[in-house]
Design a protein. Sequence first.
Length: 82
Amino acid sequence: MPTVLRIGDLRVVIWPNEHRPAHVHVKGAEGEAVFNLHCPGGPPALRESYGFRLSELNWIKDALTAAITALCAEWSAIHGDH
């Protein structure tokens, strides 16, 4: 499971055997969230979450938005087109 970004103590992961649409899993001690990336330009959108507070999810979304170009490039490197 390649970690493609770190947000504080959270890992942003793209699984190599994943399905479309392009998305990332955000994992931490508090829980896990999945965000669809809407590549190539975003914005990321929350698909599901457990364990994170709304304020944390907003912080995560902001960080993913700032890194959307790199995240979409990582998805493409692993899976091909978005």
